[in-house]
Design a protein around this ligand. Structure first.
Ligand code: NI
Ligand code: MN
Length: 228
């Protein structure tokens, strides 16, 4: 399994022949090294409906015929836009050609602001556990710190955890270190920081604190990748 970071919360998982795009916020993402038309994928996983995660889902899914995987409300919202979907809900695990995707809890909110400025409720936000080639990747989505992260760590041997550290909308550095202590991944990659002013954070401070609790941090530059 290979993970390539596109900045913010976005990234691509390559597993065998399969390409799984997570939270494809690319065009409006000042950190993204790629444009929607550059990306080839067969699956798009959405953690929740906020614009900085939903991003270019419609354009990419239409261009690639990818299946959008998301919680029920968000999947049906995508189906309404003519996309191919696999709906799920928290706790559910579905098999795909490359392995499995399981949606796990995240403590956040999920909505989409339509053309008229109305907020459309899009169900529960999620974290995602992707298993393939005997490797396990956990993308925490947008979330606060919560105690059941210990369960996620106990029940999965996580090779890499992607955790938000940008504060304001999600965990900040101190809470993210606490989360890492519960998840006990082999490696952790900080995400959801330094995209915009309100989520400025110091990944070196996060790395230092994780090292103190014995977990290795890999700070990926946008475009950088990691092979599991
Ligand atoms: Ni969000
Ligand atoms: Mn976000």
């Amino acid at each position: 399994m290979k993970f390539t970071y596109y900045g913010h919360s976005a990234g691509l998982v390559e597993a065998g022949e399969h390409r799984i795009l997570i939270d494809p916020f690319l065009q409006g993402n000042p950190l993204s090294p790629v444009f929607p038309h550059d990306v080839k994928c067969d699956t798009i996983v959405l953690t929740h409906g906020h614009e900085d995660h939903f991003g270019d889902t419609v354009e990419i899914a239409k261009a690639t015929d990818a299946t959008v995987v998301a919680t029920v409300e968000l999947a049906r919202f995508c189906a309404g836009k003519g996309l191919k979907t696999q709906e799920m809900n928290l706790g559910g695990e579905v098999s795909f050609g490359f392995g499995t995707i399981k949606l796990v809890p995240a403590f956040h909110s999920s909505s989409y602001v339509d053309e008229d400025g109305r907020s459309v409720y899009l169900g529960m936000p999620a974290g995602v556990v992707i298993k393939s080639d005997r490797s396990t990747l956990y993308h925490a989505g947008d979330t606060a710190l919560f105690g059941d992260m210990k369960l996620i760590g106990d029940m999965n041997s996580i090779d890499v955890a992607l955790v938000p550290i940008g504060d304001t909308y999600t965990m900040g550095v101190n809470d993210a270190v606490e989360a890492v202590g519960m998840l006990r991944p082999k490696k952790v990659v900080p995400i959801h920081y330094n995209t915009f002013a309100p989520i400025e954070a110091d990944p070196q401070r996060f790395a230092q604190k994780c090292t103190e609790i014995g977990v290795e941090v890999l700070i990926l530059e946008p475009g950088g990748s990691l092979t599991l």
